[in-house]
Design a protein around this ligand. Structure first.
Ligand SMILES: O=C(O)CCC(=O)C(=O)O
Ligand SMILES: [Fe+2]
Length: 212
């Protein structure tokens, strides 16, 4: 049984979460060995390949260190473990399309490095009718993360100020949510915080949203 098939089982929980509340948190989504390989892949990138992250729409990207201060690098399948992760997400995309008719056309993702004190202020990943990002995924790569290390992802219900989820960025945990529906922010940490943020996209941003 290969790894992708092995993880099919976990997709059931993702499907249920997206069809239900629109968000799910999945500890141990990826085995420790593969998480370690991804972490190593990111940690050994030449430093100049990690660049200040951009915000805004694709055509009008700008960096704004008041909103976010992490550094990112797109994952394009340069290494075996990158190809594994992209294949796994391709398989998830097919499952989402088959079971929820989401019409997801592709997936883009990047490594993100938040160094000590880095943050990403409260934001939405997509604005209705103005972005083709439909579903956000974040996979954390941090071994032995402790409560005192900070760096939590805070997720809010749409247009509410109370925190819905407070998520520690522990190795192997995947967070998955509808990009237009959940404002979220990354708190500063006292150690480096490594992750892969990704987005499933549709072709046409003005197409009607999934009706659940
Ligand atoms: O790293 C995280 O927990 C979330 C990152 C994020 O919100 C983003 O890249 O849009
Ligand atoms: Fe985000």
């Amino acid at each position: 049984m290969n790894a992708v098939v092995q993880l099919e089982h976990d997709f059931d929980h993702i499907i249920e979460a997206i069809a239900g509340p629109g968000i799910g948190i999945f500890p141990d989504f990826i085995d420790a060995e593969r998480v370690a390989a991804l972490r190593h892949d990111l940690a050994t990138l030449p430093p100049w390949e990690l660049t200040p992250a951009a915000i805004g729409r694709e055509q009008h990207q700008q960096t704004n260190e008041r909103i976010r201060s992490d550094k990112t690098r797109w994952i394009e399948g340069d290494t075996q473990v990158q190809r594994y992760y992209l294949a796994l997400m391709a398989s998830l995309r097919q499952t989402l399309n088959r079971q929820l008719f989401m019409g997801l056309k592709d997936y883009e993702c990047h490594y993100a490095l938040y160094q000590i004190g880095d943050f990403y202020k409260k934001h939405l990943d997509a604005f209705r009718g103005r972005s083709n990002r439909r579903l956000t995924t974040v996979l954390y790569l941090n071994d032995d993360w402790q409560a005192g290390d900070g760096g939590e992802l805070l997720v809010y219900p749409f247009q509410h100020k109370t925190v819905l989820h407070r998520i520690m960025p522990k190795a192997g945990t995947l967070v998955c949510f509808l990009s237009e529906d959940f404002p979220h922010e990354v708190l500063p940490a006292t150690r480096d915080r490594l992750s892969i943020a990704g987005w499933f996209r549709i072709d046409d941003p003005v197409a009607p949203s999934l009706l659940l």
